[in-house]
Design a protein around this ligand. Structure first.
Ligand SMILES: C[S@@+](CC[C@H](N)C(=O)[O-])C[C@H]1O[C@@H](n2cnc3c(N)ncnc32)[C@H](O)[C@@H]1O
Length: 449
């Protein structure tokens, strides 16, 4: 049985932050909080609880330490290449064109963690409009907020380890960062484009003129809704919607808001990705929300001056992996025949791998051959019955076909695999995620089915 102080703490955390502490995490977490309480704060758990009740979430040491323990700050530069391509190719050009008279652009990275997301936006903008970085002509605001003060300190320092660059072309790293000790420091002009501040999505009042949280053209709020209950998600999403200009976009993580509509926002699809839009000045297609979307163009901005670095990186990749990578790149560029050809070559080299089949299945799906896609995915599972991406993709397909029974079956299998993995295990679906994040997301879908 759980201690009474811990039950009370769970309720308090939920009210103040929206974060749900899951039953299965409770035994370990209550131990960790006891240790935090006695060793770092010199308090008994009951005293800690009292102090939490009496103090402000924003400014007290007790909340700061507790939130550093409770929140998951997983982030990296250009996380979700598809969404960044979408921003670069569609959303930012549309917003820049629409705001060309006022020359103002306001962006909010809500729940920004250690800043990789906001800085990726700044890099992208500086490439789209080079004069922006120098603060000339355009008035650009990028606000980045998080509830965890420790990650904000890291964001402000702007120094990152290799882990934050795991999806970044080395050429981009070389161009915007300078080696410093064991890490890499972001160039100052890009750092200056982002303003970091404490922000609690649950408790704070927004839109708010006082906190500058208002009139945004774009809000990116990704990989945080998975920690909240449905009603908290609705509440926060509608507050975010009220902070948007028209036209304005809200971008969430894949599937995080996909199954529900958001009051005041239209669910639209661009390049096969679901985004939420306020105002409808550009033609967009209303779609049935899907859980995950197929991999969109995965292009991170690559500076023209550094082809040698890229060539070197490719040269060292084994043949099978290179064929697979090239197949994905070609598919993302819409060169499906060439991509399929590369997959076939990869299969010839390694007939036991489900990976090239997965890419073939995605190509079939994108080309509207859903039945074929299902057959190929089943083949991938025949080769490796623990091949998680195939279960997730089949789940997605069955959901779209309203086949609840089979969707449930696929979801159960996916859940079984994810539960067997250590939480930090990187999982490659359409973007890299961690096993613990994927588990939370899949469990949410399970409760909604
Ligand atoms: C997994 S990170 C996501 C970082 C980034 N958005 C991304 O996708 O790479 C989730 C972040 O949400 C923050 N968070 C959790 N609850 C929050 C709340 N109520 N208000 C603001 N931020 C919150 C956590 O501190 C954490 O840094």
């Amino acid at each position: 049985m759980q201690a009474a102080w811990f039950d009370d703490l769970i309720r308090l955390v939920l009210t103040r932050t929206g974060i749900v502490i899951r039953e299965q995490d409770s035994p370990l977490l209550s131990k960790e909080i006891e240790i935090l309480s006695s060793k770092q704060l010199g308090l008994t758990p009951t005293e800690l609880l009292m102090s939490l009740h009496q103090s402000k979430t924003e400014s007290s040491k007790v909340w700061r330490e507790l939130l550093a323990l409770l929140t998951v700050g997983e982030s990296y530069f250009f996380r979700d290449q598809g969404q960044f391509s979408l921003l670069r190719d569609h959303i930012l050009p549309e917003l820049i064109a629409h705001n060309s008279e006022s020359r103002r652009l306001r962006i909010w990275s809500a729940a920004c963690s250690s800043g990789e997301e906001a800085y990726s936006m700044a890099i992208l903008l500086s490439q789209l409009l080079p004069v922006l970085a120098a603060g000339q002509k355009w008035d650009i605001t990028i606000v980045a907020s998080d509830i965890n003060q420790a990650v904000l300190d890291k964001a402000r320092a702007g120094i990152y380890s290799a882990w934050s660059f795991r999806r970044v072309d080395p050429a981009v790293k070389e161009m915007y960062f300078t080696k410093q000790g064991d890490g890499w420091k972001l160039n100052q002009d890009i750092q200056n484009m982002v303003h970091f501040c404490y922000g609690n999505l649950q408790e704070d009042q927004y839109p708010s003129l006082a906190s500058a949280l208002h009139n945004f053209d774009l809000i990116i709020c990704r990989n945080v809704f998975i920690y909240f209950q449905a009603e908290t998600v609705n509440h926060i999403a509608s507050k975010l919607a009220a902070c948007l200009n028209e036209p304005g976009y809200l971008i969430a993580g894949h599937g995080e808001l996909g199954l529900r509509g958001i009051k005041g926002l239209e669910t639209t699809s661009l390049d096969n990705l679901v985004v939420y839009k306020k105002g409808n000045t550009a033609p967009t297609l209303i779609v049935r929300p899907a859980i995950f979307k197929s991999a969109p163009p995965a292009i991170i901005p690559i500076p023209a001056a550094t082809p040698i670095l890229i060539a070197k990186a490719i040269k060292s990749v084994p043949v099978f992996a290179k064929l697979l990578q090239d197949a994905k790149t070609l598919a993302n560029q819409g060169q499906y025949d060439m991509a399929a050809h590369h997959c076939q070559q990869a299969i010839d080299i390694n007939q036991d791998s489900p990976q090239p089949h997965f890419v073939l299945a995605q190509i079939a799906e994108v080309q509207g051959n859903r039945q074929e896609s299902k057959i190929i995915l089943k083949k991938a599972l025949y080769l490796d019955h623990e091949f998680l991406p195939a279960y997730v993709e089949l789940f997605n397909i069955y959901i779209q076909e309203d086949n609840k029974k089979l969707a449930e079956k696929m979801l159960d299998s996916a859940l079984q695999i994810v539960r067997s993995l250590p939480g930090h295990t990187p999982i490659h679906l359409y973007e890299e995620t961690s096993a613990s994040e994927l588990l939370i997301l899949l469990e949410k879908f399970q409760t909604r089915l």
